[in-house]
Ligand binder design. Structure first.
Ligand code: G1P
Length: 293
């Protein structure tokens, strides 16, 4: 069985939820404290052994490619100023993974975006990480992509992350249905994109982390526009489950919905409380603020 060496990161969205900031800055580059959200995602994949990041980007996303490139003038200046730690940090980002970019020329949906990666993914298994969701594993623990790759390595089956959500939230996610094993893994039989609560097959939602075998592509190719007129990844997953098997695995990690203004602020505050440069002051500030509001 092949090791998961490639990861697809769809990044073609217009970022309308963060306008006006995203008029010129790709939403993937908005920082959580001092690191762009995308860096958390690429780091998660790299820690799982992913070597090639396939960025499915739209127009105006060159800032993302530049971010993972060498910034010669900056590195040279920092080196001359004796800031070796900074230079090493920048080199670490530059060498984290090969970033290969392919264009999604029309925003036809997530399923279409993943299908755009086909010429680069080839017949290898690959991970998909949605950039809106930031997953932070406890120190020394496996990243979510690593956890999914582990299930794939043990079973040979495509495996996606699942999490239980309250009934009122099922309409925000793809929801899976199937039989749950004793270890909490679901053998997925159906997937419904953003169902109303009565239509939901369960309360187990897809938080945006997937490991697929290349079999998914033959179904993506045939998938017609579904919910909201978009080519849905979840519709292709139904066929994959039926014909090849698909597992839903619970995971261990803190999760932030950084694609939402509230989730983004939450991530900034909580990551700030762990950042050595600002944590003590932020903690004091939040305590005093809590007494005032
Ligand atoms: C997408 C997927 C959905 C998944 C969600 C996770 O929806 O279509 O199945 O649950 O991401 O964030 P979006 O939020 O992009 O509309």
């Amino acid at each position: 069985m092949k090791h998961v060496r490639k990861a697809v990161i769809p990044a073609a969205g217009l970022g309308t939820r963060f306008l006006p900031a995203t008029k010129t800055v790709p939403k993937e580059m908005l920082p959580i404290v001092d690191r762009p959200t995308l860096l958390y995602i690429v780091e998660e994949a790299a820690r799982a052994g992913v070597e090639d990041i396939i960025l499915v980007a739209g127009r105006n996303k060159t800032a993302i490619e530049d971010f993972f490139d060498c910034s010669y003038e900056l590195q040279d200046k920092l080196a001359k100023d004796g800031k070796t730690e900074w230079v090493e940090m920048l080199l670490g980002i530059q060498n984290m993974a090969n970033v290969i970019s392919i264009r999604q020329k029309q925003a036809l949906g997530l399923g279409h975006a993943v299908h755009c990666a086909r010429p680069i993914a080839g017949d290898e298994p690959f991970a998909v990480l949605l950039g809106d969701e930031i997953m932070i594993s406890a120190p020394g623990r496996r990243t979510v992509t690593e956890q999914l790759s582990g299930v794939y390595a043990a079973t040979g089956l495509s495996t996606v992350a699942i999490m239980e959500v309250p009934e009122k939230d099922v309409s925000k996610y793809g929801i899976v249905g199937g039989a749950m094993r004793e270890d909490g893994v679901i053998k997925i039989e159906t997937v419904v994109e953003k169902p109303s609560p009565p239509q939901a097959p369960s309360r187990f939602a897809l938080p945006g982390r997937y490991v697929f075998t290349s079999a998914i592509f033959q179904y993506l190719e045939k998938t017609k526009p579904g919910k909201n007129g978009e080519i849905q990844l979840t519709d292709a997953m139904v066929e994959l489950a039926k014909n090849h098997g698909l597992l839903g695995a619970p995971f261990e990690a803190r999760r932030y919905d950084a694609g939402d203004k509230f989730g983004y602020l939450q991530a900034n505050i909580e990551m700030g409380l762990e950042h050595p440069d600002v944590a003590p002051r932020l903690r004091e500030y939040l305590k005093s603020l809590a007494q005032r509001i």
